[in-house]
Ligand binder design. Structure first.
Ligand code: NMX
Ligand code: MLT
Length: 435
């Protein structure tokens, strides 16, 4: 069958033409006004980026190349006997906009397994991290170090012309994704186990191997969870902190390892990916305060005490979404199928019935509904992965899919260095005084 790289090589000239035509016809059109508030307000709603891989609608949530999560679950190839879509197929979809065949999906599994091994010095680097260093910091260190073998960095030094950048970028992106399970598994086993890792099985899919390296591949439902987990966490249009960081750093022609390490450092923040750790910590603290079977009033009181002490309710709210995140609903559906009686699942469901009303009453959050992070931790805990400091690493393995797809296209289309304009407050005053 045709490989992903061969298909890309066909698509790139067509997309270059498409972009050229758009810019010729609409290049001078305005998308709207920029207000001073947007400069001070985290650039909310500012049209600033192009990314075809996924687009977020405030009321509907994410679509990957136009497909909703249920559509991806329906259309993308699955593992033999599995019900969840394979991340390999989602990557193909993100890169090409097309659904791959089962054979093409299998070829990606095999290719990633073949590229999975880490350089010895990267293994040693991870092994030398103290177990007290947060797993996300270890993750970022290891991904940065992979830049040692970057095909793009080497090609650039050798004078590769711009039109050919995407080739070695593609190779680096495939290596990056392929090596993440080995990094994640090594960190997990060093921090929480005896540091011994099994070998990758080249006949199995990516999520199976990730589960295997973590020590959970004997639980088929956990492997299925990992397949769904990677797919739903892979991409969330271009403007979120991790995706945008990856793109920004890549625009300096830093290679995909450097770009993705920077993205991981953004994902490690509590308002972004670290929220999945924070949610479980918060739920556990709530449980130790109010007991196993809290009343709705107990939960209300606990949420109010969180807000009154000036903290956010983790897992709730969103910069763009204004409804319940479909990624939350996909995980809820998984829980209803696999662990309907789990007490923590029931507690998260009970919080879902109560928290939005309180956030609305408190009147600050523009979106009172749960995001992806409100649900993931209790699913992992159910299968025994209860080391919550590790949770964002799994988000980081997943987000690489979207960032890598974007890096390939940015270099294929010759996206320039990002360099927006900044203003001083003094300049703003001068600009508008008396107007
Ligand atoms: N709990 C308490 N207050 C909140 C919450 C929340 N869950 N969400 C928003 N607010 C507050 C927010 O802190 C801000 O307060 P102030 O005016 O005092 O600065 C006010 O409501 C307005 O914020 P918004 O415009 O609604 O939200 P913004 O776009 O600035 O931020 C988040 C979005 C996601 C950072 C925010 O909702 C939040 O902090 N949520 C909790 C953390 C979380 O779950 N993050 C994960 C997001 C998903 N991900 O994986 O990245
Ligand atoms: C994400 O998945 O990146 C988060 O939901 C945050 C965002 O989209 O801003």
């Amino acid at each position: 069958p045709q490989s992903l790289k061969e298909r890309l090589a066909e698509l790139i000239p067509k997309e270059k033409e498409n972009v050229k035509a758009i810019r010729t016809e609409y290049g001078a059109k305005a998308l709207g006004q920029v207000t001073v508030d947007q400069l001070y307000g985290g650039m909310r709603g500012l049209p600033a980026l192009i990314w075809d891989g996924s687009v977020l609608d405030a009321n509907e949530g994410i679509r990957f190349r136009g497909k909703t999560i249920p559509e991806c679950q329906d259309l993308l190839p699955k593992a033999d006997g599995g019900a969840e879509p394979l991340p390999e197929a989602l990557f193909w979809l993100l890169v090409t906009g097309e659904v791959p065949t089962a054979e093409q999906t299998k070829a990606i599994s095999a290719e990633w397994a073949a590229r999975a091994e880490l350089p010895k010095f990267v293994e040693e680097l991870i092994d030398r991290c103290p177990p007290t260093l947060h797993p996300m910091s270890q993750f970022s260190v290891a991904v940065t170090a992979l830049n040692h073998d970057s095909a793009f960095a080497k090609a650039y030094q050798n004078g590769i012309p711009k039109a050919e950048y995407w080739g070695p970028i593609y190779e680096d992106c495939m290596d990056l994704i392929a090596k993440l399970p080995a990094i994640a598994g090594r960190i997990y086993r060093n921090v929480y186990g005896d540091g011994k890792l099994p070998a990758i099985d080249a006949t199995k899919d990516y999520a199976w191997n990730l589960s295997h390296l973590l020590g959970f591949s004997d639980k088929e439902a956990f492997v299925e969870l990992m397949r769904l987990y990677i797919v739903i966490h892979s991409d969330h249009e271009g403007g979120n902190v991790s995706a945008h960081t990856g793109k920004l750093v890549g625009s300096a022609l830093s290679d995909p390892f450097l770009s993705y390490a920077a993205a991981l450092d953004g994902l490690a923040g509590p308002l972004h990916g670290l929220a999945n750790q924070e949610v479980l910590l918060w739920v556990m603290k709530m449980r130790s305060k109010v007991g196993e079977n809290p009343s709705d009033q107990d939960i209300k009181d606990y949420i109010w005490s969180t807000l009154k002490s000036g903290q956010v309710v983790p897992g709730y709210g969103h910069a763009v979404l204004r409804k319940t995140d479909p990624r939350y609903m996909a995980q809820r559906a998984f829980a209803l199928k696999h662990l309907p009686e789990d007490p923590l699942f029931k507690l998260v469901g009970q919080i879902y019935n109560i928290a939005p009303g309180i956030l609305l009453e408190a009147g600050k959050a523009k979106n009172p509904w749960p995001n992806v992070d409100a649900h993931s931790g209790i699913l992992l805990t159910y299968y025994g992965l209860d080391q919550m400091q590790f949770y964002t690493v799994l988000f980081g393995v997943s987000r690489a899919f979207g960032v890598a797809a974007q890096l390939i296209w940015d270099r294929a289309l010759g996206a320039p260095l990002e360099r927006p304009k900044s203003y001083s407050s003094e300049a703003i005053k001068k600009m508008f005084v008396g107007k």
